[in-house]
Design a protein around this ligand. Structure first.
Ligand SMILES: Nc1ncnc2c1ncn2[C@@H]1O[C@H](COP(=O)(O)OP(=O)(O)OP(=O)(O)O)[C@@H](O)[C@H]1O
Ligand SMILES: [Mg+2]
Length: 333
């Protein structure tokens, strides 16, 4: 359904030297720097699949979504969605997709929510009977009827997100793009939004790409994930594969009580050669250790080496696996 081949997106950024002189120079003789937001990314998404798109801030996720929806032109590479080229066939293409940017609403801000739906009905030429059917269904899934008479600007974030999702789904698109659909929501509302997404995916066989920083979204919704970092794809596969392949380590977290010691040096001398990864952030430290090494051995060595206030051992969960991938900037493909 979605086919992305060697997609690249470069942005030109004007770099300015500090101060007034720099500003004037930038005006007349701008020096341009190229930022590669998406760097040779390829992946496929099958019909009816939910693909989770993850990566740290600035990784290039939103840029990728904007290329997929046709808002941005790729610098190079090929993108096909539902058989369309999103840029060249934009007019026909938009009838088949729905888009939600969690950070920004697509709804008419000052008008009652119902007006947005009336306008969308016209834009997508949804006939009246079908429209009523669809609104009934969307109300069932997203409970939007009570919001209809309120101006959009008065809706809470959670209400607005429900309305945005319904608006994106009115014309029953084949593909739905969700850029951070659960951002800023409380746990209960997040849960409702996830259920609604899962239900729409199931009922309509909607193919969905979703970006998120909340790994629970991924665990509960995605069939597969693509992970990008600094514009590059670093992982593609299922979540269970990721756990299987990289969940072979455990995490020993500790709080250092005596910061006067040369801690970093002591720890890396002792541990790094043995394949134990050492991370320090102020008085907090983490060791990532292969599961086959008994914890008792590592703990004893650690306690002999430095003074520690507190200590805990954790089996690696998805969150720590992903954190490890982000931290080490490694490619795991
Ligand atoms: N219009 C633009 N002009 C210049 N640079 C841009 C533009 N849009 C994005 N970038 C840069 O491209 C990179 C990727 O940005 P993008 O918004 O795609 O990241 P992201 O993965 O969505 O991050 P986040 O998780 O914070 O939303 C960043 O370095 C960003 O500064
Ligand atoms: Mg983004």
């Amino acid at each position: 359904m979605i086919h992305v081949e060697h997609a690249v997106k470069e942005f030109k950024k004007i770099v300015k030297q500090p101060g007034l002189k720099g500003s004037i120079n930038a005006l007349f003789k701008p020096s341009v720097e190229i930022v590669t937001a998406v760097n040779d990314v390829s992946f496929d998404v099958n019909k009816g699949e939910i693909m989770g798109f993850i990566g740290p801030n600035g990784a290039g996720k939103s840029t990728m979504i904007k290329m997929l929806t046709g808002i941005l032109y790729p610098t190079s590479g090929n993108i096909t969605v539902a058989g369309y080229n999103p840029q060249k066939q934009r007019q026909q293409y938009v009838r088949h997709i729905g888009v939600v940017f969690g950070q920004r609403t697509q709804l008419w801000w000052d008008l009652p929510l119902s007006e947005t739906f009336t306008v969308l009905k016209e834009i997508y030429q949804v006939e009246t009977k079908r429209y009523q059917q669809r609104m009934g269904y969307l109300n069932e899934v997203l409970d939007i009827a009570p919001l209809m008479t309120s101006p959009v600007r008065t809706l809470s974030l959670g209400q607005r997100m429900r309305a945005d999702l319904a608006a994106a789904m009115l014309h029953q698109p084949k593909v739905l793009f969700l850029d951070e659909p659960t951002i800023g929501l409380d746990v209960v509302v997040k849960d409702n939004i996830r259920k609604a997404i899962a239900q729409m995916n199931k009922n309509d066989e909607t193919t969905i790409i979703l970006t998120t920083h909340d790994l629970a979204d991924i665990e509960l919704l995605s069939h597969r994930i693509v992970m990008i970092d600094q514009g590059k794809r670093v992982y593609q596969g299922t979540l269970s594969d990721l756990k299987e392949r990289f969940g072979k380590s455990k995490k020993i977290e500790f709080v250092i009580s005596d910061m006067e010691q040369p801690i970093e040096q002591l720890l890396s001398q002792r541990f790094q050669q043995r394949g134990v990864q050492v991370y320090l952030e102020n008085e907090r430290g983490t060791l990532i250790v292969d599961r086959s090494i008994p914890s008792a051995i590592i703990l004893k060595e650690l306690l002999d080496l430095i003074a520690v206030k507190d200590i805990s051992i954790k089996e690696s969960d998805v969150e720590s696996i992903i954190k490890e991938i982000y931290l080490t900037k490694a490619s795991y493909e």
